[in-house]
Design a protein around this ligand. Structure first.
Ligand code: AMP
Ligand code: ZN
Length: 453
């Protein structure tokens, strides 16, 4: 069996991955808070853990891997967005979930086996909160239930920080009802305008962290294999998940391996709405950057390094994929190349796998290229890489200019030139269809190659 090595945030080392149960390898990844379109940074996390899911399926068999990714559909940001837009909360979350699944499918991300929604697990969250109170790890104060951080000696072990460092480094909400500023909310009261559920502490709603702990426990029990997310979640979200779960279920180990992807930036800067460099996946798709191109760019940097999204990377990826699609047009997938698998099994070295694919392309091994592409979520037969919408604006301008040249040549009765322009377009995979009234239209075919224009 292929040996998998993964960098474990908990031990700060690359380790051999040894599943707890070979008949059910379990991975949980923190999913989106659903009030808006997924941005390209969210897509990075999805593509990283999709690559890991594909690796686990390849090595252990698709029937022996369970991937769970939640939807956080209770959150104050959701409530605020619904209030600001005058919309019903469940309408907003349903719409956002449908968008999310569509956008991630366009990146060829496989759907996780389980996609629990927080609102379906309120009773489990209440049970876990009660259990933490009973065991002396949580207390009720002014309608809130708070986790008592000092009751958990290992608190901070994931990010390797002391409680004092954490207080200094984080914007900790100080509230009069907290015993310690680091204590975090398990349950909080809801007023009549805010969604709420009945609980032993009155009508209220859960805190964010308990959502994941309760959903993980429901699906995976006390111990499971891999927990993932972006490294912005390491503290406080993941520290708090560990504290809640290990104090409620002290016999379990919660996650064996913690994996965190680094953040994505755009053209060298943090992606933010105020800098005007904030892209949703949908924005890029609308700009004729295909989902396959986005995926390729995301795979070309190791998940453990910060990465930069640039237009140049997208253009280069489109050119590479065009060549690769042509090579594999009549190929039949061979067995998966051992070196491609070896790279991905070595702590998800996807850039290494792509470099190996370039070698296979150079060697003209179309069948191996197709198999490797399919493993990485690339080169699907139905990828619409060649369709007109994929033509960049420059290419469209160039085609228009050639059509104008040809019309002018015909008007000048210079038929030799008109034919030469048509031949040039055809050589680049563009058919010219003449219409009544002297107009003509360019139809981009599957043989389209903008480099030949
Ligand atoms: P959120 O909906 O903001 O909680 O994020 C959902 C997932 O996307 C989490 O795993 C985050 O860590 C991840 N994420 C958010 N922003 C970025 C970014 N700029 N780069 C990479 N991953 C991100
Ligand atoms: Zn989580």
């Amino acid at each position: 069996m292929t040996k998998i090595m993964l960098h474990n945030t908990k031990s700060r080392r690359k380790e051999d991955f040894i599943p707890l149960d070979l008949s059910n390898v379990r991975m949980y990844v923190c999913g989106p808070t659903v009030y808006d379109r997924a941005h390209i940074g969210n897509a990075r996390a999805v593509v990283v853990f999709d690559s890991l899911f594909r690796l686990l399926r390849e090595v252990y068999g698709p029937d022996y891997v369970t991937y769970a990714r939640n939807f956080t559909d209770i959150d104050d940001k959701i409530n605020a967005r619904a209030a600001a837009t005058g919309r019903n909360i469940s309408e907003l979350t349903e719409e956002t979930i449908a968008w999310y699944l569509d956008d991630m499918a366009s990146l060829a991300a496989l759907e996780p086996n389980v996609m629990p929604r927080a609102t379906d697990y309120i009773s489990q969250m209440i049970t876990m909160t009660e259990c933490l109170i009973t065991k002396g790890h949580a207390y009720n104060a002014e309608g809130h239930v708070l986790f008592d951080v000092k009751s958990c000696p290992d608190y901070g072990s994931l990010s390797g920080r002391s409680i004092d460092d954490m207080i200094a480094g984080a914007r900790v909400e100080v509230a009069p009802y907290k015993r310690d500023p680091m204590d975090f909310v398990l349950w909080k009261p809801s007023d009549s305008d805010t969604p709420g559920w009945d609980s032993p502490w009155g009508r209220g709603r859960p805190g964010w962290h308990i959502e994941c702990s309760a959903m993980v426990h429901e699906h995976f029990g006390d111990s499971f294999d891999i927990h993932g997310g972006g490294n912005d979640l390491m503290f406080p979200h993941h520290e708090n998940e560990i504290a809640q779960s290990s104090c409620a279920h002290p016999d379990g180990a919660f996650a064996q391996v913690w994996m965190h992807n680094e953040m994505l930036q755009v053209e060298g800067k943090k992606m933010s709405k105020s800098l005007g460099n904030f892209f949703t996946v949908q924005d890029l798709l609308q700009q004729n950057i295909s989902g396959e191109v986005i995926r390729f760019v995301l795979l070309s940097t190791h998940y453990g390094k910060p990465m930069d999204w640039t237009q140049k990377k997208a253009d280069d990826a489109a050119a590479t994929l065009r060549k690769w699609h042509k090579l594999v047009k009549n190929a039949r997938p061979a067995a998966l190349d051992g070196a491609v698998l070896g790279h991905v099994a070595n702590d998800l070295n996807t850039p290494g796998a792509l470099a190996r694919m370039h070698e296979l392309v150079k060697a003209g091994d179309a069948d191996a290229v197709l198999a490797a592409g399919q493993f990485l979520g690339l080169l699907a037969a139905d990828a619409d890489w060649w369709k007109p919408k994929q033509a960049s604006d420059n290419v469209k301008v160039r085609i228009e200019a050639l059509l104008t040249d040809r019309s002018q040549a015909k008007a000048d009765r210079n038929f030799a030139k008109a034919d030469a322009v048509r031949a040039q377009l055809e050589a680049a995979g563009i058919e010219v269809v003449d219409k009544p009234g002297g107009l003509s239209e360019a139809v981009i075919t599957e043989a389209f190659d903008p480099d030949l224009l």
